[in-house]
Design a protein around this ligand. Structure first.
Ligand code: SF4
Length: 428
């Protein structure tokens, strides 16, 4: 059949017959987005909200007298598949709702499936005993995963020069979230200081303890420190608080730091931390140096990989992960000359890491420049599916499916690895 007559789901079914249907749908939504519909604004009253409001385009009537509206951040499908929701006017997808009925997803007017959205959890609207909004304690949530970040400022942005009067910016090229800024003030974070203030930790623990987080994973992250040992000590301090609060059994706690020394990993393990994720971001050595100058200069790629291998010895096979910013290697001066080279490199990363008991996980990186910055991925939909099919085959060969306790499909809003493996399990 002429592919121009096929909608995107039909085309993907033809071209990726072994990719599970729900994964094809999720991938298509990540790239195509969904048209605006007023039912999305209704859903935003209870759903986890998008941090960017939506500006109604000309021709769409104002809602409640306004042209700037809230919409949900995440789709949640009946089988718990989660996907980032982006509104794109040209999308073939549309969400509709009839009266009080279920939300339904359509493509070109044909019903695809029932759908819904991740809800805003009760803890996010509460305040702590000292009057701090819980959502300002350094805790955020997407589905199954709570992300705890009480020290967001990354020292790679401000590396002291030899004369120590000036600093160099060695931050990763794609990174905006690690910039040391005013978010550090209420958390009491100070650059080059290991300890997180006790009140900060008490507040965030209070939020984690809330009985209705509806989360299973607690992922500890933070900006990198220039001293690996110092960074390890900081995560040990955080883990000690979580253990004292009895949270190690309730959540699968994982350490999402930079590369840290073996002794720190062992201390974390003794405290009850079950997994580790040290993100390489980019696999190819030259691209790693270009995209992650701080990780390259301060730790080094070989030491980073060695740290991941040690983490497998400490936490076990399938309890260690490294995330990649899929597309960073194809953006900017000095990037890979072709997507084929990027795909080859990503498959090499998968082969190398999976063979050593480490999960390689690719998140979509969104264009940072141009009119549609933040809206369009650098990878194409076909690239993303080919990459994920390749990684699935590698995981199968090494009998290392994504550990759903560590990273479930209800936490993976911009990755496909858990979805592929969960769908394979469900099909058995
Ligand atoms: S190390 Fe992490 S926080 Fe720091 S610049 Fe790189 S990605 Fe951002």
């Amino acid at each position: 059949m002429d592919s121009s007559n096929l909608n995107i789901l039909e085309r993907l079914e033809r071209d990726y017959p072994t990719t599970p249907e729900i994964v094809r749908l999720k991938a298509a939504l990540l790239f195509e987005g969904v048209q605006f519909d007023p039912c999305l604004v209704d859903a935003a009253s209870w759903a986890f909200p998008n941090f960017m409001p939506y500006h109604l385009p000309p021709g769409v009537p104002a809602i409640g007298g306004g042209r700037v509206v809230q919409t949900p951040y995440l789709f949640r499908f009946p089988d718990d598949t989660q996907a980032r929701l982006r509104i794109k006017e040209q999308s073939p997808f549309k969400v509709r709702r009839t009266d009080e009925g279920p939300y339904e997803l359509f493509i070109d007017g044909t019903r695809v499936t029932a759908t819904s959205f991740e809800t805003r959890q009760p803890w996010a609207d509460l305040i702590t005993a000292d009057g701090t909004p819980m959502k300002a304690t350094g805790l955020s949530q997407h589905g199954d995963m709570l992300v705890l970040n009480v020290a967001p400022g990354c020292e790679y942005f401000v590396v002291p020069q030899d004369d120590s009067t000036r600093t160099r910016n060695l931050s990763c090229k794609f990174c905006l979230y690690g910039l040391p800024d005013k978010r550090m003030d209420p958390l009491g974070q100070e650059l080059y200081i290991i300890d997180v203030p006790e009140p900060t930790l008490e507040r965030v623990v209070e939020a984690c303890i809330h009985p209705k987080t509806d989360a299973k994973q607690l992922y500890l992250v933070g900006g990198s420190m220039l001293d690996m040992q110092a960074e390890g000590d900081r995560f040990v301090q955080i883990a000690e608080h979580l253990k004292r609060a009895g949270l190690m059994d309730r959540y699968y706690v994982a350490c999402g730091s930079g590369a840290i020394p073996r002794r720190s990993m062992e201390q974390l393990k003794e405290l009850g931390v079950r997994g580790a994720c040290f993100n390489l971001e980019v696999w190819d050595p030259e691209q790693f140096q270009r995209v992650c100058p701080g990780k390259h200069e301060i730790v080094g790629r070989d030491a980073w990989i060695e740290s991941l291998e040690i983490a497998v010895e400490v936490f076990g096979r399938g309890h260690v992960m490294s995330a990649f910013v899929g597309g960073a290697e194809l953006e900017g001066e000095g990037c890979f000359a072709s997507p084929d080279l990027a795909l080859e490199s990503a498959i090499e990363a998968g082969e190398f890491l999976t063979a050593r008991g480490i999960h390689a996980v690719y998140s979509l990186h969104w264009k940072m420049t141009g009119k549609n910055r933040g809206q369009e991925p650098i990878y194409t939909l076909d690239f993303f599916l080919k990459l994920n099919e390749g990684l699935r085959e590698i995981r199968r060969r090494h009998n290392l499916p994504i550990n759903a306790d560590f990273f479930s499909k209800r936490a993976a809003y911009m990755q496909l690895e858990p979805d592929y493996d969960a769908a394979s399990n469900e099909a058995v």
